[in-house]
Design a protein around this ligand. Structure first.
Ligand SMILES: Nc1nc2c(ncn2[C@@H]2O[C@H](COP(=O)(O)OP(=O)(O)OP(=O)(O)O)[C@@H](O)[C@H]2O)c(=O)[nH]1
Ligand SMILES: [Mg+2]
Length: 310
């Protein structure tokens, strides 16, 4: 890696790593090429970038020819995390999606209504979480569906409350657990307006080892709590930053995995920044005000940090 690449190069490189579609990969690679100083020392790197661009162009061509492929359903992540709605035909995935995101994914009283991924953003307090509505989970689901499930950050596993079929549930459970750890799956039992509360115990015993939530997308019962539970299943925290003597930056908080340290937060901003970090002052709720904390300090959701650098 040749030295003296400008910081913009690394920003573009980050976009390249995070890009989910071959089109976006190419865009970021082209930016990296444009930013890079052109001299003998960067010849090899230039050639490597051009080879990568060519590779992604071939992938696009391939997709056009076959009309599908691994990259056909790559969904670029946006917001604080990507959460997928999966479940049997007609369980109410699309209506839940509409209620939470205001996207106009089609809802209909017959199965197999949704035929491809539909992406939308759900607001939760001061952040947005990406939701993806999918065609139903069946014995032979849409090609690429399992790839999307695998690549996501968490799953909402939706059921129609009137269909507590143990065989279907077991089949779906195997399909999902092969691709996502159990603590990243939230079970949502929908259409509770159609049954009496005592019948919900059946579901509690069928899925006792999962986090469970009962809703009606029709009457909106349980939907607001669902937003909070979706945030919780992502297992991330929001961290607000401020510079010494400046006000707190309340928009666009850093999103970090639970358990992240002060140093992780600094690295999320920039590698160089993390190198320069000395300590920080921390504000937390009404209890902690301007406490000096060191690099290995574990942050919590809604912490405010003021970075002090060398
Ligand atoms: N009574 C009642 N009906 C609901 C509820 N949620 C969804 N429905 C109805 O159930 C039917 C199926 O809803 P969809 O949202 O299209 O179901 P889906 O899971 O997206 O279906 P596919 O795309 O085919 O997999 C529609 O007629 C909805 O109006 C609910 O909470 N209560
Ligand atoms: Mg649907």
């Amino acid at each position: 890696m040749p030295a003296n690449l400008p910081p913009q190069y690394f920003a573009a490189e980050k976009r390249y790593r995070e890009a989910k579609t071959p089109e976006d990969k190419i865009k970021a690679l082209e930016e990296m090429l444009a930013i890079m100083p052109k001299h003998k020392g960067t010849d090899k790197l230039q050639a490597a970038l051009r080879a990568k661009i060519a590779k992604f162009r071939r992938i696009i061509e391939e997709q056009k020819r076959t009309g599908k492929g691994r990259y056909a359903f790559y969904i670029e992540k946006e917001g604080a995390g990507q959460v997928i709605l999966v479940g049997a035909p007609n369980s109410g995935k699309s209506l839940i999606m509409r209620r939470l995101t205001n996207t106009d994914t089609k809802v209909a009283p017959y199965p197999f209504t949704t035929t491809g991924p539909v992406v939308g953003m759900m607001e939760f307090e001061d952040i947005k979480i990406q939701l993806v509505d999918l065609p139903p989970l069946t014995e032979s689901p849409m090609p690429g569906l399992f790839g999307i499930i695998h690549d996501s950050d968490a799953l909402l596993w939706i059921h129609d409350v009137t269909d507590p079929n143990p065989i279907r549930i077991e089949t779906e459970k195997q399909q999902l657990l092969a691709r996502k750890p159990q603590d990243k799956i939230l079970v949502v039992i929908n259409k509770v307006d159609l049954v009496n509360p005592p019948s919900l115990d059946r579901w509690r015993s069928l899925l006792h080892d999962f986090k469970l939530h009962f809703i009606s997308a029709q009457t909106l019962q349980g939907l607001e709590e669902l937003r909070r539970m979706i945030f919780d299943i992502l297992a991330v925290i929001r961290v607000y930053t401020k510079a010494p003597g400046k006000p707190i930056e309340y928009s666009d908080p850093l999103i970090l995995p639970k358990g992240s340290t002060l140093l992780d937060a600094a690295e999320e901003i920039h590698k160089d920044f993390a190198h320069k970090l000395k300590y920080a002052r921390l504000w937390r709720g009404t209890s902690i005000k301007g406490l000096r904390v060191e690099k290995n300090y574990i942050l919590e959701d809604r912490d405010v940090v003021e970075f002090h650098i060398k």
